[in-house]
Design a protein around this ligand. Structure first.
Ligand SMILES: [Zn+2]
Length: 334
């Protein structure tokens, strides 16, 4: 097994998190625009206090002149687990099993006037037409639920392996919405998962049983009779491919970088709103308008696909067409 690529020579890359410019020739090329300490009053909802969301909160916590309230929603029933500790920077081992939203609020609230209000539940319950939304979750179902609330503004960041992307939706500029290019996955019915187990050989059943802390007979029994309960829940989580909880390859420092960039975008949008200090910010600093998306891939930072790009609508997306598009454009304030 090779933990590193053979014959791989890392490429240097410098990134200015404010202007989203990157360069392979060093910091000097990107460090020209320094916003100093931006001052902004935030009233936002954060969807997801996991790796990206907690890095965003930590970044805002470190900004002296940021005040206001962020309602941080996280619905993960397991709370902080061991695998979170290498990428959720604010969380400690003593936080294991506790809800991420509550731990984030306890640890990062009350500094420099920024308050974090925890909410253990689905973020869409907090999102209305006047909400400024920060999305740090990336299942198609969650994206659709948030988009269906048509908030006043939305920024989103997500990661996949060594790649990160950030999106600022803007119906007036014709950008993609949160639902675009992310159709909900079909839910596999329980009966199909049970039939799948019925067809398995004994060794496979035993392997699954061992993984969920049950024995093979209990697994066979659930395949025959179904029903709710711990064994059924564990098997569905393990075997159903479409429930969004399957393990994904995530890289701690990419999640943290995504959270930092997202915090920068939240601040840029906030200082542009009335009552803050828009003169801090040049008119064309992205993400803004059509320039809605930033992509970076540390496997190949210099790829032509990296950087700030236009990101138009998905013509198949039902969430941002027709009457829905009209409603959204009226609510959206940026
Ligand atoms: Zn759409």
């Amino acid at each position: 097994m090779h933990a590193r690529l053979r014959d791989y020579r890392p490429q240097a890359v410098a990134l200015n998190a404010w202007t989203l410019t990157q360069s392979a020739t060093g910091l000097g090329a990107v460090a020209a625009a320094d916003p100093g300490e931006p001052s902004a009053e935030l009233q936002h909802v954060l969807a997801g206090a996991g790796a990206v969301g907690s890095a965003l909160l930590l970044t805002l916590w470190a900004c002296q002149h940021v005040s206001g309230t962020i309602s941080a929603a996280d619905t993960d029933p397991k709370g902080v687990d061991v695998s979170n500790l290498n990428r959720c920077v604010p969380f400690h081992r003593t936080d294991l099993s506790r809800p991420k939203a509550i731990v984030s609020a306890e640890r990062l609230s009350g500094h420099h006037g920024l308050t974090i209000e925890p909410y253990v539940g689905k973020a869409e319950n907090l999102v209305g037409p006047r909400t400024h939304l920060i999305s740090a979750i990336d299942t198609p179902e969650a994206r659709q639920a948030l988009q269906d609330a048509y908030p006043a503004s939305t920024v989103q960041a997500s990661t996949s392996g060594l790649r990160l992307e950030m999106l600022r939706v803007d119906p007036k500029a014709g950008t993609a919405c949160l639902r675009c290019f992310n159709p909900p996955r079909a839910v596999v019915p329980d009966s199909r998962v049970r039939a799948q187990i019925a067809d398995m050989d004994e060794a496979t059943v035993m392997a699954h049983a061992e993984a969920i802390g049950a024995d093979a007979q209990q697994v066979r029994e659930w395949a025959r009779t179904g029903g709710c309960g711990e064994i059924g829940d564990a098997l569905l989580e393990r075997l159903r491919p479409s429930d969004g909880r399957a393990a994904q390859f995530s890289v701690g420092f990419i999640s943290v970088l995504a959270g930092v960039l997202l915090a920068g975008q939240v601040l840029k949008d906030a200082v542009r709103r009335p009552g803050n200090a828009p003169d801090l910010l040049a008119d064309d600093v992205p993400l803004l308008g059509e320039n809605a998306r930033f992509v970076m891939n540390l496997i190949d930072p210099s790829t032509a696909l990296a950087g700030v790009r236009r990101y138009g609508r998905d013509s198949e997306c039902p969430a941002c067409q027709g009457v829905r598009a009209d409603v959204w454009a009226k609510r959206w304030t940026g």
